[in-house]
Design a protein. Structure first.
Length: 394
C-alpha cells in the first residue's frame, strides 16, 4: 500500500475556492448572458448547492468591461451599515478602473478620503458621509466607456429578516426600495447586482411587505444539482489520485445513497469514507463502507442542524409548527399528498396560504414534488428529520 495517503479533493464547511471549486460553466454562462442583457440576477437555489462558491469564482474571472466584487453581508445590523458596505465595494471597483482615474482622484479629494486600499477600505479625514447619497451621486457619473460594476451580495435575505425581527422593519423596506430604484433607474445602469442567500428571499420580503413586487424585476438563475450524467465527472474530479478509489459498483451504490447530487453531499460522504479507511489503513472500501458512512453522516448533527435552525429563526412559531409537522410526516411516511397537507393546514389555521409554505420549502431545498406528492429532496435530510423527530403522532 502507498504510504503517502492522499485524501479526496473535498472541503466541508468553508467556501469551495481555488482547487476545491468544481466548475459549473453552464450556470456561470447563463448569469453572464443575463448580465449582458442588462438584467439583475437572483441566484435561486437550495442551501448547500454552492451559490457562494459560484459567486466567488465569478469574481476571479470577470469578462472584459465588468468589475466584479463579492461580499457576504450576513452580520450587518442596520440600513446605514448596508449602504456603507455597498459604497466601500463601489470604491474598490473604481480604484481598479484606470478609465476613471483622474475623475475618481478628484472625487476622493472632495470627500476628504485620504486612503483607500484594494479591498475598498478607506479613511475619511473629517467628513461624516451619507453613504446612500454618495452612491446616488457617484454611480450616474460613471461614463459609458467605463467598466460596469457588478456587486455580488450574499445573505441579503438574512439581513432583511434580522432587521425586521429586531423591529427595524422600515429600514428593511427602505433597502428593498433603494435596490429596486437602482435597478430600474437608467442613470444607475453602470451598477448591477447578483443576489443570493441561504433562506428564501421571497418569503422574507413577503413577511416584511406583505407582497413580493419589489423583486419582480430580478431574473432568477437556478443553481441546480449536478445532472445525473455529470455525477461520475464529479467523482473522478474529487478522487483523482486519491488513495481510495471507486469502481462502477461502488459508484452506483454511492449515488443511490446520495440521490440529491450537490457537491456538498458528495463531499461529506467521500470525506467520511476516507476517514474510516485511514483509521483502518485499508483503502479497499466496500458497499458496507458506504452504508456505514451514510449512517455516521446522519448522526452528525453539525451537517444538518442548520437546516432546522433556519426554519426556527425566520418562521413565526405557529408557522414553524405547521412546516415542521409536514416535514416530520414526510420523514416517517416517505411522502405527503396535497390533501394531507391541506388537512394539516386546517389544523394549524393555515388553509388560506398553506401552499406558500410548501413552495418555500421546495425553493429552499427541503422537499420536491414527485407524482403529485411531496418527498424530501435528500435522503440525508429525511433521515435527519426522523432522527430529530423520532415519534410522529397522527
Amino acid at each position: 500500500m502507498n504510504t503517502q495517503w492522499k485524501s479526496p479533493n473535498t472541503i466541508i464547511g468553508s467556501v469551495a475556492t481555488g482547487n476545491y471549486y468544481f466548475d459549473r460553466p453552464e450556470i456561470v454562462n447563463e448569469i453572464w448572458r443575463e448580465l449582458e442583457k442588462g438584467n439583475y440576477i437572483l441566484i435561486a437555489a437550495p442551501r448547500r448547492v454552492g451559490k457562494t462558491s459560484l459567486m466567488r469564482h465569478m469574481t476571479e474571472a470577470p469578462k472584459k468591461g465588468y468589475k466584479l466584487i463579492f461580499e457576504n453581508i450576513q452580520g450587518l445590523k442596520s440600513e446605514s451599515d448596508f449602504y456603507k458596505v455597498l459604497y466601500k465595494l463601489i470604491l474598490s471597483c473604481l480604484t481598479k478602473n484606470k478609465q476613471v482615474k483622474n475623475w475618481f482622484d478628484t472625487y476622493l479629494k472632495t470627500r476628504s478620503i485620504t486612503e483607500i486600499d484594494i479591498n475598498g477600505s478607506f479613511k475619511i479625514s473629517h467628513l461624516q458621509l451619507d453613504y446612500l447619497d454618495e452612491i446616488n451621486n457617484i454611480i450616474p457619473k460613471i461614463e459609458e466607456s467605463c467598466d460596469t460594476i457588478v456587486l455580488l451580495i450574499d445573505e441579503l435575505p438574512e439581513v432583511l429578516h434580522n432587521l425586521n425581527k429586531n423591529k427595524k422593519k422600515e429600514e428593511a423596506i427602505s433597502i428593498l426600495k433603494n435596490l429596486r430604484r437602482w435597478r430600474q433607474g437608467i442613470e444607475y445602469h453602470k451598477l448591477r447586482f447578483i443576489l443570493a442567500g441561504s433562506i428564501g428571499i421571497h418569503y422574507v420580503v413577503n413577511a416584511i411587505e406583505g407582497r413580493t413586487s419589489d423583486l419582480n424585476d430580478l431574473i432568477k438563475v437556478h443553481c441546480h444539482p449536478l445532472e445525473a450524467e455529470n455525477t461520475n465527472n464529479y467523482i473522478d474530479w474529487a478522487t483523482k489520485n486519491a488513495t481510495v478509489q471507486y469502481n462502477d459498483e461502488l459508484r452506483l451504490h454511492l449515488l443511490n445513497r446520495i440521490q440529491y447530487f450537490v457537491p456538498y453531499f458528495f463531499n461529506i460522504m467521500l470525506d467520511e469514507i476516507d476517514k474510516k479507511a485511514i483509521k483502518t489503513k485499508n483503502p479497499c472500501i466496500t458497499i458496507q463502507s458506504i452504508d456505514n458512512a451514510f449512517d455516521l453522516v446522519i448522526k452528525n448533527n453539525d451537517h444538518f442542524a442548520d437546516w432546522k435552525k433556519r426554519l426556527l429563526d425566520y418562521l413565526p412559531k405557529e408557522d414553524f409548527r405547521f412546516v415542521n409537522e409536514v416535514l416530520t410526516y414526510i420523514a416517517h411516511k416517505n411522502e405527503i399528498t396535497i390533501q394531507e397537507i391541506f388537512n394539516k393546514a386546517q389544523k394549524h389555521d393555515k388553509s388560506i396560504d398553506y401552499m406558500d409554505f410548501i413552495n418555500d420549502l421546495e425553493q429552499d431545498g427541503y422537499i420536491v414534488e414527485q407524482n403529485q406528492k411531496y418527498i424530501f429532496i435528500s435522503p440525508f435530510l429525511k433521515e435527519f428529520w426522523k432522527r430529530n423527530n423520532p415519534i410522529y403522532n397522527e
